[in-house]
Each structure stands twice: as C-alpha cells, then as structure tokens.
Design a protein around this ligand. Structure first.
Ligand SMILES: N[C@@H](CCC(=O)N[C@@H](CS)C(=O)NCC(=O)O)C(=O)O
Length: 179
C-alpha cells in the first residue's frame, strides 16, 4: 500500500449503512486521504500500481498478459460462483436449474484449467501478482459458498492455494457471513 494512503475494508452491508463513499454502494472502495474514493477493483489496482512500488500487474509482456488473462479467469469463476449461490437462495420453485447447471459446468472448466497453470507460471507462488490474489480469492469464495470438493480432484491447485491462503492478508480478509 502506498505511503500516505489508508485502505479501509468494509462489507457491503456496513457500507450501505455508513457514509456513502460511492454511489454504486459496492465493495471494494478505496477511501483516499483527500476525502475522495475510488471504486471498482480494476481502478483500485491501477491506482496501487501507479504509486510506483512493486506492481500487481507487470508492465511488460508476456507476464502482463498472463496476469490479466488469469485475472479474467478468476473474475469469471467468482461471477459464476456468485450466480450459483444466489440461485440457491431462491425458493426451489423459482430456481433456475439450467443456470445452476451451466454455471457449475463453467466453474468446473475453470478449476480444471487452473489446475494446469501453477507449474507453468513463474510468478505463481513467488512474487504476488494480481493473478495470485484474484485466483486465490475466487477459490476461497468457491470453498466458502459451494460444496464442490475440488481439492481432492485437483491436487496441484489445492497445493498452490495452501500457502496463499495462509498469508496474513488472506487470513485477515477471509470470507464470513455478515450478521
Ligand atoms: N466489478 C466490481 C464488482 C463489485 C461488486 O459486485 N461487489 C459486490 C460484492 S462482490 C457488492 O458490493 N455487492 C453489494 C450489492 O450489490 O449490494 C469490482 O470488481 O469492484
């Protein structure tokens, strides 16, 4: 995090009840020292990278495209996991079984694709990049909300996630239900 900036982590619920930093009322929002705020994770990452310290997205190819490609994969994984979760909260008679089926298949495809990634990529497990953070968070969300039992089936990915999930930043921001 940059020298003079402070990040405050807020859940959507407390955020909605608290001072409105962004009209979108979504997390993440980065509150800046000048009273302004930046919303959307992609903008926040751009901002953090502009602070001139080590970058989350490398500037040069091919690492840049690898990181952005994996981020997009993780983003899609998260989106599908959220859709399955939300469908599960509908009354059974209103649930879109086809959506759950299709999104679950998409999740499985992404997990299998990720299983093949770690060995190929130099930044995985060495220097944290946006890819590590995005894939790690998406996998943690899948574990938090769904019961896919992917770890036994995809041991390489499970082994990759283990040290990432133990990092203080991941432990401190672990998913939990808001009371
Ligand atoms: N594209 C946005 C997505 C932000 C987003 O959808 N945040 C969700 C949580 S994952 C949220 O705050 N939802 C609260 C709501 O919809 O009321 C980003 O990456 O920042």
């Amino acid at each position: 995090m940059g020298a003079a900036e402070t990040a405050s982590a807020v859940t959507p619920i407390t955020f909605l009840r608290g001072p409105v930093l962004s009209p979108l009322a979504k997390v993440p929002v980065l509150e800046l020292d000048d009273g302004g705020a930046l919303h959307d994770s992609s903008v926040i990452v751009e901002y953090l990278d502009s602070l001139g310290q080590r970058r989350l997205v490398p500037s040069d190819p091919p690492a840049r495209w690898s990181v952005l490609r994996l981020h997009a994969l993780a983003d899609g994984l998260m989106e599908s996991a959220i859709r399955v979760t939300l469908e599960g909260r509908r009354p059974e008679s209103e649930r879109h079984v086809d959506v759950v089926h299709w999104e679950t298949q998409r999740i499985e495809r992404v997990l299998h694709a990720l299983e093949k990634e770690p060995k190929k990529l130099p930044y995985f497990g060495s220097e944290m990049s946006l890819a590590d953070i995005a894939v790690g968070v998406a996998l943690e969300y899948v574990d938090f909300r769904l019961t896919l039992d992917w770890r036994k089936r995809l041991p390489s990915l499970a082994g990759w996630l283990e040290p990432i999930a133990r990092r203080a930043s991941f432990v401190k921001t672990a998913f939990s239900d808001v009371p």
